[in-house]
Design a protein around this ligand. Structure first.
Ligand SMILES: Cc1cc2nc3c(=O)[nH]c(=O)nc-3n(C[C@H](O)[C@H](O)[C@H](O)COP(=O)(O)OP(=O)(O)OC[C@H]3O[C@@H](n4cnc5c(N)ncnc54)[C@H](O)[C@@H]3O)c2cc1C
Length: 383
C-alpha cells in the first residue's frame, strides 16, 4: 500500500487534534510529569507516537517527514510533547539501530507508549565534556554485570523505569575503547536517586548511585567495550531530533509573545519591544534555514553527523535569544523570586528563560560543539 501523502497526513493530524482534549500542563514538576505521561499514552493509542519507527517497535512505519509534520501540528495546536522525550529522541534510536531482537521487541513498544520512561546515565561528577573518562564500573559475573559508581545530572532519573547507562568494562585500553552501554532496569536493587534543584525551582535531574547493581547480560547494547560508538550515535540523535522540535516550539513561543504584545500595546508603539522581537526573529530565521538541511539529512538517513553540532549551536543561540528577549520585556521584576511581573504570560516566560540557559550545557556544551566543528568538519588539528 502506498504511504499516506503528507497533505492527507497533516489534515488527519489536524482533525484529530481539533477533536481531542488538549491537557493543560501544570507548572509543578509532579503534576507536569503525570499529565504528560497520560498525554503520551493518548497519543500512542491514537497512533501519533513513533510515526517513523518500525511496526515491530510499535511504530507506524511512516517517514521522518510525517513525524516532523505531526510535531509541527502538535505545537501549533498548543499541545504539549509527550513526557518520554529522552526515550523517543535520544536513547530509542540507538536501541532501534544497535539492539538485539529481544531488546527491540521488549523495550521499544513500552518506550513509545510511555509505560517505560527512560533516562540517560552518561555524565559523572568527573566526566561531562570529557565523557570518555567515565569511571562507573561494570564487572562481568556469569550472565550478569555488577555495576558500581555514580552518575550526575541524570534528567528524570527519579521518575524513570529504565536507564541507558555508560559503564567502564576495561581500564587497560584507550579510554574510549573500554566503555560498554547497558540498558538498566531502574527498579534493580542497589540504585539510589537523589534529585537536584535547578534554578527554575524544578527537581528534574538527579545524582544516581549504583551499589553492586546486577544487570543481566542480555541488557548489554552492542558488544562489550563497543559502547563509545553507540554513545556517539545517541548524542547525535539528541542533537538532530531536539533541534527540529525546538525550532517549532521557539517559533510558536515567539508568535505568542508577539500576539500578547500586540494585544497589550499595539504592534509598534514600543520601540524596545520592536527591537527585542526583531532580534529574536532574526535568530529564528537563521535556525530555520539551517534546519532545512537537517531535515534533508534525516530523510536521507545520513545522520547523525558532525553537522548536528552546527544545529545545536544555532538552536542554542535562537532559544536563548528568543526567551531572553521576551523575558527582558517583563522588566527587572522578573529576577525577584516570587515576584509577579505584570503583562505577558510572566510565569511561563520567566521559566522558559531560566530553562533556556541550560541549552548551552546539556547534550554537550557549546564549547565542545565548536571543537567538534573545528576538528571533524573543518579538519583543523587537535589542540
Ligand atoms: C538541564 C540539564 C540536563 C542534563 N541532563 C543530562 C542527562 O539526562 N544525562 C546526562 O548524562 N547528562 C545530562 N546533563 C549533563 C550535561 O551533559 C553536562 O553538564 C555537559 O556535558 C557538561 O559537562 P559538565 O557539567 O561536567 O561540565 P564540564 O565538562 O566540567 O565543563 C565545564 C565548562 O568547561 C568547558 N570545557 C570543558 N572541557 C572543555 C574543552 N576541552 N574545551 C573547551 N571548553 C571546555 C565546558 O564547555 C563548560 O563550559 C544535563 C545537563 C543539564 C544542564
Amino acid at each position: 500500500m502506498p504511504m499516506e501523502s503528507l497533505d492527507a497526513f497533516r489534515a488527519r493530524a489536524r482533525t484529530w487534534l481539533a477533536a481531542t482534549d488538549i491537557p493543560a500542563v501544570p507548572l509543578d514538576l509532579d503534576g507536569r510529569f503525570a499529565t504528560l505521561r497520560q498525554w503520551q499514552r493518548t497519543l500512542f493509542e491514537a497512533g501519533w507516537v513513533g510515526i517513523a519507527w518500525s511496526k515491530e517497535a510499535g511504530g507506524q512505519e511512516l517517514s521522518h517527514l510525517h513525524h516532523l509534520v505531526f510535531v509541527e501540528e502538535l505545537v501549533r495546536a498548543g499541545a504539549p510533547q509527550p513526557i518520554g522525550m529522552i526515550g523517543l529522541e535520544v536513547v530509542g534510536p540507538s536501541i532501534d539501530r544497535y539492539g538485539s531482537d529481544w531488546q527491540r521487541r521488549e523495550l521499544l513498544p513500552r518506550l513509545l507508549s510511555g509505560d517505560d520512561i527512560w533516562c540517560q546515565g552518561f555524565s559523572e561528577p568527573n566526566a561531562g565534556s570529557d565523557l570518555a573518562s567515565l569511571r562507573t564500573r561494570a564487572v562481568a559475573d556469569g550472565d550478569e554485570f555488577v555495576v558500581s559508581g555514580q552518575k550526575i545530572w541524570t534528567s528524570w532519573a527519579h521518575l524513570s523505569q529504565r536507564c541507558a547507562l555508560l559503564v567502564r568494562t576495561d581500564t587497560s585500553v584507550r579510554k574510549q575503547a573500554g566503555i560498554s552501554y547497558l540498558l538498566v532496569d531502574m527498579t534493580s536493587p542497589g540504585i539510589t536517586t537523589r534529585p537536584i534543584t535547578q534554578m527554575t525551582g524544578d527537581r528534574e535531574f538527579c545524582e544516581v548511585f549504583f551499589d553492586d547493581v546486577r544487570v543481566p547480560r542480555r541488557n548489554l547494547l552492542g558488544e562489550v567495550n563497543g559502547g563509545w560508538a553507540i554513545a556517539t550515535h545517541t548524542l547525535g540523535s539528541e542533537r538532530a531530533g531536539a533541534t527540529l522540535r525546538r525550532r517549532v516550539e521557539c517559533e510558536v513561543a515567539l508568535d505568542e509573545a508577539v500576539e500578547q504584545l500586540r494585544a497589550k500595546a499595539g504592534p509598534s508603539s514600543d520601540s524596545r519591544a520592536a527591537a527585542a522581537v526583531g532580534h529574536a526573529h532574526i535568530a529564528m530565521r537563521v535556525l530555520d534555514a539551517q534546519t532545512r538541511q537537517t531535515t534533508a539529512r534525516l530523510v536521507a538517513g545520513t545522520g547523525p553527523t558532525p553537522m548536528d553540532s552546527v544545529d545545536k549551536l544555532l538552536l542554542t543561540d535562537a532559544e536563548q535569544t528568543v526567551f531572553a528577549e521576551i523575558a527582558g520585556l517583563l522588566g527587572p521584576l522578573r529576577a525577584v523570586p516570587g515576584a509577579r511581573p505584570r503583562g505577558l504570560a510572566a510565569q511561563r516566560w520567566t521559566h522558559e528563560h531560566l530553562y533556556s540557559r541550560a541549552a548551552s550545557i546539556y547534550g554537550g556544551s557549546s564549547q565542545i560543539q565548536r571543537t567538534i566543528i573545528a576538528e571533524r568538519l573543518l579538519g583543523l588539528p587537535r589542540v
